[in-house]
Design a protein around this ligand. Sequence first.
Ligand SMILES: Cc1cc2nc3c(=O)[nH]c(=O)nc-3n(C[C@H](O)[C@H](O)[C@H](O)COP(=O)(O)O)c2cc1C
Length: 174
Amino acid sequence: MAKTLIAFYSRRGENYVNGSIKNLSRGNTEIVVDKIKALLPDADVFQIDTTYEYSKSYMTCIEEAKQELREQARPQVKNAPESIHQYDTIILGYPNWWGTMPMVCYSFLEKYDFSGKRIVPFCTNEGSGLGSSVRFIRQLCPTATVTEGTSIHGAEAANADSEAQHIANLALNQ
Ligand SMILES: Cc1cc2nc3c(=O)[nH]c(=O)nc-3n(C[C@H](O)[C@H](O)[C@H](O)COP(=O)(O)O)c2cc1C
């Protein structure tokens, strides 16, 4: 039976919201994932995370992330599932970090064989849209079908019902 995995990275703590720094008790991407899960109750959810924490301080975190991007780091995926063979569709959610995905999402995509699977990307951001993320997903998973990506303004995550519906429809191939 067709099965969907919602895999996402999201960081709680200080973030840049509509021009000022705010402390987020829940990450923007995480908020959108809840909406998608409500539309696809049979989907499994996996939170992609690093084995270490980034700084809660926004200013420090952006420097940490910049350094990882520069080094093309591949942080280990914490509690990674053994396999994803049971899923034929993977909804992949992440924030835009310096124009692309956090590097641990690269680690996640390199870890498994996505051949024949459908990847539905979505990205929350503060104005840069999807950046280069979908191009990199296609490069990392050349034998997967990667749908169009959906960009969501992070500060509006709580109101992103129509975007969540759009992502669910892409996952259902509707
Ligand atoms: C390290 C870091 C880098 C970021 N880089 C960008 C960027 O290049 N463009 C952009 O529009 N937003 C950028 N942002 C803002 C986030 O993409 C946005 O706040 C997102 O919704 C955060 O999602 P999350 O709360 O699920 O982690 C950055 C945020 C952080 C912490």
